[in-house]
Design a protein. Structure first.
Length: 367
């Protein structure tokens, strides 16, 4: 199994922006040193807790400071941009990183961003699909361009001069395109169904119940079969908050201390869900009453924590419940306790993952 880092990020808004963003940089570099395979970075504008406005700019600063880790936008919110802008910037980043790029996209997920960009009442999923289609046409085509959509048009017909390169759009380093991934957080997600219909790679959010996570692969496999493809679970990425410590007690104390990193993380998310009147998709068990949901329910049920052996056991049980997936995306959190958070990353990469992979291999051989 592969290991990735998923960074929204979520910081205490009282933390200085410069401090928080440099903490995020340090976490990325450390993940590369520890052998993490991938690093996913979110995009948010109108939140002082989630402070990376451009994952591509942020990740560009890390290309020369890392060696092997692949960079992923997690995700670019396509309704907020003209598709030609996304096509040009992603193609350039793909070249700068020499193909260490996964293009994660989505319709967006933060209400103040919807309000800011005027997409609150629009069909953002439809916009996302149109944007991807236009980006693909740009990368596959040559000028003149005359692409018409419902939300955007791309037209370069009058100023096309091949002898001096005018009118041309750059193509990605990875041909025909970088891997494209779609994120999902709702049970039986329509975004996951769309990803399967197109052969894009699925990513399941970390703040949903096991039952909902399982539904994502069920939908993906079902839709893939409709299109004559057998879905490979190795392409499925599942995000989870994981905290590893030297003892179970130490891990539980950090995770459940009021106001500390993990507790704050889920308190922040819960308040968004509550104020947006969207608690339903995030209940712990299918059929639970969303009106009774508390942030502690999210924290206590969606965080895998403990000593190395305990976390291995919990991850194996989680995988048994939701199904085979290829990459665990470890969710980055604020470094309130920097030594403990770095120790957790180290134990996860160096001790948990080898034991987990060996146990999975042994189980597969026995079957």
């Amino acid at each position: 199994m592969k290991l990735g880092l998923f960074m929204m990020p979520v910081h205490d808004p009282k933390k200085a922006y410069h401090t928080a963003i440099n903490e995020d940089v340090e976490a990325m570099i450390y993940a590369d040193e520890l052998g993490y395979d991938e690093a996913w970075v979110g995009e948010h504008y109108a939140s002082s807790a989630e402070q990376i406005t451009s994952p591509l700019i942020f990740l560009s600063s890390l290309i020369g400071r890392t060696k092997n880790i692949k960079f992923a936008t997690g995700v670019m919110c396509l309704p907020q941009y003209h598709p030609a802008l996304v096509a040009g910037q992603c193609a350039m980043f793909d070249h700068l990183s020499k193909g260490r790029f996964i293009m994660g996209v989505g319709p967006g997920g933060l209400p103040p961003d919807f309000e800011m960009f005027g997409t609150m009442d629009l069909d953002r999923n439809e916009m996302m699909k149109e944007s991807i289609d236009i980006i693909q046409q740009i990368w596959a085509g040559s000028p003149p361009y005359d692409i018409k959509g419902k939300y955007w048009n791309v037209k370069v017909t009058d100023w096309v001069y091949d002898d001096i390169g005018l009118g041309s759009m750059c193509k990605p380093y990875q041909q025909p395109t970088p891997p494209i991934a779609i994120s999902a957080m709702s049970p039986y997600s329509g975004s996951i169904r769309y990803a399967a219909s197109k052969g894009y790679e699925p990513v399941s959010a970390n703040f949903i119940g096991n039952w909902s996570t399982k539904s994502h692969w069920d939908v993906y496999a079902e839709e893939s079969a409709k299109h004559g493809r057998e879905a490979d679970p190795e392409i499925w990425r599942v995000a989870r908050n994981v905290h590893v410590a030297d003892t179970d007690a130490e891990a539980e104390t950090l995770v459940k201390t009021r106001g500390d990193s993990t507790d704050y993380y889920y308190d922040y998310l819960f308040k968004i869900f509550e104020r947006a009147e969207m608690k339903g998709p995030f209940v712990v068990n299918k059929g639970d009453d969303p009106d009774t949901l508390k942030h502690e329910d999210l924290r206590d049920n969606f965080v895998i924590h403990g000593s190395v052996d305990t976390v291995v056991e919990k991850l194996l049980a989680f995988r048994e419940e939701v199904g085979h997936f290829g990459t665990l995306l470890h969710v980055a959190q604020d470094w309130v306790n920097k030594p403990a958070m770095k120790r957790s990353m180290e134990l996860l990469a160096k001790e948990v993952m080898p034991k987990l992979t060996a146990a999975i291999g042994a189980k597969s051989a026995a079957e």
